[in-house]
Each structure stands twice: as C-alpha cells, then as structure tokens.
Design a protein around this ligand. Structure first.
Ligand code: GCV
Length: 715
C-alpha cells in the first residue's frame, strides 16, 4: 500500500478505536504521541516528511521529536527528506533564505518565540516551523505537537507565541547522596555517583519534557547546598548533564554554598568584601565556565534556616549577591538570590521578615542579580496571599518561586492541580499602580526589566512516572506553561495537559479537568480553610498538627500561626497586631486590613476573629469552618466517583494508581478534618453544628500519631 494511503487508513482505524489505550506506566508524560485522527484527517493527502535545510544540534533534536510525534500520531513512519514537497514540515530559522523570502512577521518573536504556519514553498503546501533562533524552532516543533495532541490538524496551522519570562527554571532540591528534600517521587534522577560516565537516557527524556513546555534552565542541587558540588569532580558531573541539555535549550545552574571558600577553598572567611574571597569565587566561576561555557549562574539561599551568608559578616544580602554576580558577569552569568529569610532571633512576625530585610536593598543589586521570592510570605502553604515584595522592589528583577512538589499539599499522594494556585498569585493586583498584577512584576512589564524569571521547585524523582502520580505531572506541565506566559489560564492548560496525557476525547478531558480545577481548593478546605496556614505536623509536614506548640523556635509551631483560643482564631496582621498588612501597597493594604473587605479565603491570615463572627453565608465562623472541612472531604469523594466512571476510558495502569491514591487522599482528608475539628473543639469548647459527623477518634488519638519515616524530610 502506498504510504499516504497507509497513513489515512491508520488514521481512520484509530478514529474508530475506543478511547482506551494499552496499559501505560506514565513514563512518556504528556509526550505519548498516540495514534489519533488529527494528522492526516481530510487534509494531508500526501505523506508527511520533515525537512531541515540547515541542521544544528537543536534543529536535529526538533526534527527527531517531530518525527517521533508525527509517526506516533499518524501510526506510521514519517521520513526526513532533503527538500520540501507537498505535505512537508520544514524546520528552519527565520534567517534561512527559504524562510526570509516569505516575509513572515518573525521580528516580534525575539529570541525564543516561534511561528508555525501553513505556507507555500516552491508551489508546495508546507507546514513551516520557524523562529529567530533554533531554540525558537524547537519550541515551535513542540507547539505543533501540542496542537496535534490536543485535537488540532495540519490544515491551516497558524501558531505563534513568544515567552514573556526570560529564565524559566526548575529548582531541584536534590542532594548529592541521592535524596531529595521535599521529594516524594523517589530518589534524585541525578546519579551523581556514576556521572559523568553514565549518561542515563532519562536525562535526555527529562530535557525533552522540559523543552516541550519551554523550561530553559535547571538548578541541579538543593538550595541547602553542599560545597562539594563546586569541586572539580562535581563540576565535571554537572558539565556532562549540561552537554545533554544544551541542544534542548536548557542551561545548567548550581546552588552555591556561601561558605564554600572556607570549606573547599581553605580560606579563613567567606566575607563577601574580603578581596581573597571575591578572587576565590572569580576563579571558581572561571573554572566552571571552562567546563560549562553556557553555565547559567548561581542560586543562593543565604542566612536562612541555618545556611551561611553575608549576614554572618555583618554584610548585606546585596553585598553577598553582588560579589558572586561579579564573578559570573564576565561570562554573562546571573545570580538568583533568595529572599526566603527569617530568623528566630527576630521577634517580628515571620511573614514580615523578608520584606523588612530586602525592600531597603532595592536599587543596590548588580544588573545580573535577580531576587527570588516565594509566592507567599510564609512557605508554600495551600493558600497564601501574594508576597508583599512583589511590587515593592521596582528597581530589582524579582523571580517568582513556586513549589511544584507538594510539601504542604499532601505530598505526591493527594491530587491537587496547582494551576489555580499559580494563577491566583500571578493575577493578584499589587495595588502599586492601577491594573498592575504580580504577573506584570514577574514578566518585567511593570518596570521594563528584561532580565526576568520564574522558578519552580521540582517534583521530579526516579519513580517510573517521574512525579509519583500521573496527576502530579500536570503540575510540572502547568509550571512550564505559566513560566512561558504568566497570564495563561489554568483551565486551558489543564485541558491541553489532559488531552495529551490521556486522549483529546471530551468524554475524558471534561471530567478530568473538572476534577483538577477544584482539587487544590479541596486541599485548602480540608487542611487550612479561611486563611489558616502552617498547621502541618512538625518537620516532615505530613498530616495535621495544629496542637503543636512546644518547639524551640516560635515560628515552627502551628499554634504560632492560628492563635486559637476560647474566643476566636486567626493571626492579627492589622495595625492592632503585627501590622504585616502595611507591607502591601495602600489599596491592597486597606482591603486586607478591613475585616469587612478582606476576602474570606484570607480572613484568618490577616485577622483574629471571634468564633461567632457572621460570615457572608450567614453562618458563624465556626459553622463556616466546619462546612469547609466537609466540603474538602466531599470533593475528594466526588473525584473518586468521577475517576471510577472514567475507568473504561483510561489505561489500566494509570487508572489503578490514581484510584489507589485517591482512596489514600480521601482517608487522609478525613483525618485532617477530624483531627482539626477535634482540636478546635478542645479549644473553643463548642459542639458541632447539628447533623455534622463527629470526628472518628478523640483528640488524644490524633495527637499520638507519629510518622518518623515520612518521605522528603532531609536536612
Ligand atoms: C530547602 C521550607 C522547607 C525546606 C526548604 C525551605 C527553603 O522551609 O521546609 O525544606 O529548604 O523551605 O525553601 O529553603
């Protein structure tokens, strides 16, 4: 049979197949490229061939990916060809003569944007994938595959996009011993022991996955860094990874331990103003760049949770950051300096400390320094109001740091799609200028910064499905897509993820997306409703521990955050309390400070209120809290039902795993609800509203639960 006929008959056959695929282990992520009607359809009447007139390592990877994707979708072979003919897909940079002669609007694509368009070349209808650099073309190839994987066809393709954020970076909290801090998907994917010799094929698949969603950087090691990662053997290991990632447009970065000059450099000090220290870092940077010419730069956690830093020498964070920035500047490297600082010696509200320390430093950082700020002022809680530093440091580029791994949202076992969390933060008005949002600060448009960034703490490990569950893959995916466009919509991204991960069939996509979109709110409801935060058990943060109040550092105790007593609950951050609200721009501060205008979802974050306070629903606060706990548990029960109904349409392996995890989630959601209610009742002395189910056990039982082996807790 002629090849094009084979293509069409395969497509027709696949179109009539039931939506069930074979058993799958999730390794392929959203890049499954399963047969579907979209490729030949009615339109492509010629066999597909891929043409790359002027290959580079990146264009070769892009072509190979397209070949893999198109032959998967079309269930037949797709060839590479030397010249275009009808039905070809051509990959070429905009400067390529064949593309330039088409006079396409490519200028606005800047460096990494793409244009994928149906054009005519030499009389032949061709799908052109172009950009101003080969990385742009690579992103275009993935955009085309996304288009096809979400039900699009090769007819009249017209896709164009330019990333709004320059540095789109994963942060791995991976330790050199293979453990992952706050990792719930197995050991680190980096086999440090066998690198640089053993190049696990997984590294390439990791790069493909990241490139497919626009991620262009990766910090390989934990921010709680060991100086060893800066020694020659580890630089060689990082260089081996950089070589694999480079053609996929991904740069390697390292977390730098500030005291490394002492630990591995033999110096007596790490004082950033000491010329010997600066010289040591400069030589170290030169050494790294000899091995990794496109090394991205350093990420630094300084003077936070026991890490060393410039404050040890009575220097500022800017002194520390600028010294490192000078070391990498000759190589065009950058420094991402974290603002996640708080100290037990500072009696002030923990939520205020980063702002207090960093805001006065605005304007003092070198041009190649970005300050990396967590999305909220405490620590990746199920919900936090946006961090007040966004909008408050106009002269400094601020990197948004999200946590993709779910340290505080049920680890890998709970289904919680983080798209709505990311979007809620990015969409938040800063109040600094009319209409300005956090996304405007992050993408630089607020102040005209060109060096911009978004970082996500990775949820990736050596588990076969990378992230511990099929649905956790969506959080990696949505991070990449929102880093590309911080104004993107969580629902739209969930749809495209679900279509590629399962099938574009709306009978699957609709219920899957419906499950996902409310899933994070459900976690908020059963863990920390109405603005509560940090009520998780000590250390590992697994399960409820609102009663904990005996830890040495006040801000490590859940009781510090909820402040519940017989009369009421919540942290007063208004003028009568810590006055953290004053760190926001006046219109936002005003809204949060007034108990009548603060959004109810943030009520107890900003206010201490009585249990009998009337809520918008007419219920008392206590009744409303109970309702939220029940709603959270009920949502999980609903997800289980929806997932059960999808059983005939999902491959057995991924269905089973998800069903089992949902059962765990329902059990744990009940545990959270019951333990929390038992504790609140012990504090407020109230009964449950009529008809509400009592906790299964007494408070003593919940307090006695102990999980010393909970995963992810490494120091
Ligand atoms: C890497 C939280 C986590 C720590 C983490 C820290 C940080 O406190 O519990 O594991 O350390 O944040 O972001 O630096």
């Amino acid at each position: 049979m002629m090849r094009w006929k084979a293509l069409i008959s395969a497509a027709l056959a696949s179109a009539s197949l039931p939506a069930v695929a074979m058993a799958e282990d999730g390794y392929a992520l959203w890049m499954r490229y399963q047969p579907q009607a979209a490729i030949p359809g009615e339109v492509v009447r010629q066999p597909v061939s891929i043409v790359v007139p002027n290959a580079t390592p990146t264009l070769t990877r892009a072509a190979e990916e397209l070949r893999r994707g198109l032959s998967g979708y079309a269930a037949g072979p797709v060839a590479t060809a030397p010249a275009v003919r009808a039905g070809s897909v051509m990959l070429a940079v905009a400067g390529d003569p064949a593309v330039a002669s088409l006079h396409l609007p490519t200028r606005s694509l800047t460096d990494e944007g793409y244009l994928v368009r149906s054009v005519t070349i030499g009389g032949a209808p061709v799908t052109l994938v172009t950009g101003n650099s080969d990385r742009g073309v690579l992103y275009g190839a993935f955009a085309l595959l996304r288009h096809l994987g979400t039900g699009g066809t090769l007819a009249k393709v017209d896709l164009t996009s330019t990333p709004k954020v320059k540095l789109r970076v994963l942060n791995h909290w991976d330790n050199l011993d293979g453990s992952v801090e706050r990792g719930y998907a197995g050991q680190s994917i980096w086999d440090w022991w066998n690198l640089p010799d053993l190049k696990d094929p997984r590294y390439t698949d990791y790069a493909r996955a990241n490139a497919s969603i626009g991620i262009n950087g990766t910090v390989l090691n934990n921010v709680n860094a060991k100086a060893d990662s800066l020694t020659a053997p580890y630089i060689a290991k990082a260089a081996a990874l950089a070589d694999i990632f480079r053609p996929w447009g991904i740069k390697v970065y390292l977390s730098a331990r500030f005291s490394a000059p002492i630990e591995i450099g033999g110096l007596k000090t790490a004082d950033p103003l000491d010329p010997q220290v600066a010289a040591w870092w400069k030589a170290k940077a030169d050494e790294i760049y000899r091995a990794i010419p496109d090394f991205g730069g350093f990420l630094v956690k300084a003077n936070s949770e026991g890490q060393p830093g410039p404050r040890d020498y009575h220097r500022s964070h800017a002194d520390g950051a600028n010294m490192l920035a000078a070391a990498v500047a000759p190589h065009k490297g950058i420094v991402m300096w974290r603002a996640f600082v708080y100290a037990d010696t500072d009696p002030d509200d923990r939520a205020k400390q980063a702002y207090t320390e960093f805001k006065p430093l605005d304007g003092t950082f070198a041009d190649n320094v970005l300050v990396q700020v967590k999305n909220g002022a405490i620590d990746f809680q199920p919900r936090e109001p946006f961090h007040p530093l966004f909008g408050a440091m106009p002269k400094t580029p601020l990197v948004m740091e999200f946590q993709i791994t779910k340290e505080y949202l049920g680890f890998a076992s709970h289904l919680a799609y983080l798209g709505p969390l990311f979007q809620e933060v990015l969409d938040a008005p800063t109040g600094v200028k009319r209409g300005q949002t956090v996304a405007d600060v992050v993408d630089g448009s607020a102040e005209g910064h060109r060096l911009t960034g978004m970082a996500g703490v990775a949820n990736i490990g050596r588990d076969r499905d990378w992230t511990g569950s099929p649905f956790n893959q969506a959080n990696w995916y949505v991070f990449g897509r929102m880093a590309w466009d911080p104004e993107a919509d969580a629902d739209t991204i969930a749809r495209e993820w679900a279509a590629q991960t399962f099938t574009p069939d709306p009978a699957v996509v609709d219920p899957v997306v419906a499950m996902m979109m409310g899933s994070r709110e459900a976690v908020v409801d059963y863990m920390t409703p109405l603005g509560l935060a940090h009520l998780m058990a000590t250390g590992h943060h697994y399960g409820p521990g609102p009663w904990v109040s005996d830890l040495a550092r006040p801000e490590w105790n859940p009781a510090y955050y909820h402040r519940a007593d017989k009369q009421g609950i919540g942290f007063d951050r208004t003028r009568s309390g810590s006055n953290a609200v004053a760190q926001y721009a006046p219109p936002v501060a005003k809204r949060f400070a007034d108990v009548g205008t603060v959004p109810e979802r943030d009520l107890l974050w900003f206010h201490h209120v009585g249990w009998d306070r009337r809520m918008a629903s007419g219920r008392t606060l206590w009744e409303e809290m109970v309702r939220h706990y029940d709603a959270g548990v009920g949502y999980v029960a609903g997800m289980r039902q929806q997932w059960d109904a999808l059983r005939p349409r999902i491959d057995a392996e991924r269905w089973e795993k998800t069903a089992t995890l949902l059962a765990i989630q329902e059990r744990e959601a009940r545990w959270w609800r019951d333990a929390s209610l038992a504790y609140w009742m012990s504090v407020n002395g109230r009964a449950l509203p009529a008809g509400v189910r009592a906790p299964e056990h007494d408070l003593a039982w919940y307090k006695a639960q102990n999980f010393p082996r909970a995963p992810g807790h490494t120091g």
